[in-house]
Write a protein that binds this ligand. Sequence first.
Ligand code: TXA
Ligand code: MG
Length: 316
Amino acid sequence: MQTLLTDRPEEAASWLNRGETVAFPTETVYGLGADAFNADAVAKIFKAKGRPSDNPLIVHVATPDRIGEVAREISDTAKMLVERFFPGPLTLVLKKRDVVPEIVSAGLPTIGVRCPSHPVASEFLRYCKHPVAAPSANLSGRPSPTDWKTVYHDLGGRIACLLRGEPSTIGLESTIVDCTVNPPCLLRTGAVSIESLRELVPDIEIATAYKPGEAPKSPGQKYRHYSPEAEIVLVETPLQNLPTDSRTAWIGLSAAPEGAAKTLQCRDMAEYARVLFGFFRTCDAEGISKIYCELPPEEGIGRAIRDRLVKAAGIK
Ligand code: TXA
Ligand code: MG
């Protein structure tokens, strides 16, 4: 299959409306979309990514008032979160409407819904007739793509169309809150921080890490994520003596250890989040075998960075 590259949201949407897969930019990471009401189109997403069929997709809507097209019985708490954080990097798990095919929710009675704030994503979604089911636009198991070239690297030839935009400004996937349970439960950390969620939902719970053999709170918890080829070594500050060589890389907030071949010192946590997945990808391309990653403070987006680092390191 030839992948059409375009900068025009309307053209990209016309492919999606015809039942094809379209990758598009969002403020978190790039997504791979299909018409959420078309089961055959959604099946193409799972095929292109090599995604396990029991891992449900998030549905994207152009404006907050369209949530009702895919979800029902939206609780007062959910309405409050929508009011405060939509459009933006937050996904709410709500009760699913029957019109959404089972393949989207992987058979669950619930559905994840998000309304991106990215202007190109909004314009694209407005041209799409129906809500758009979209996971991150990477091959399953690889770090999420934050620029269109990375999407093309993973999925070129496997998808119908790629809508090009600027690199994602946040760089980590959306925060996910399950609003079908009481109290609501944080399933995935992201740019909408637990601190800001607690201001509205003081009793919000945090999902415990998945243990093999148990039912996961979110199916995605079961799978290894975000992994580069290189070994990830988590580092606490202050730095100890870290052995380096020509195939060692460093990313963090502190100055890099002496002798590392490839280093990236981030100005702040927002920059760390934005560049992390891209750094993993460049390290792989340059044959780095070990990446030291400094664990940032456990606050704000720092929690989400830590979560992705721990998952990339493969620590259960
Ligand atoms: O920022 C994002 O959320 C990006 C952009 C493209 O919007 N999308 C994204 O999708 O990260 P994906 O598929 O890579 O991650 C979706 C996660 C998975 O871990 C999945 O298990 C969980 O959301 N999820 C989806 N629907 C769910 C549901 N009904 N209940 C619990 N977890 C759900
Ligand atoms: Mg993903």
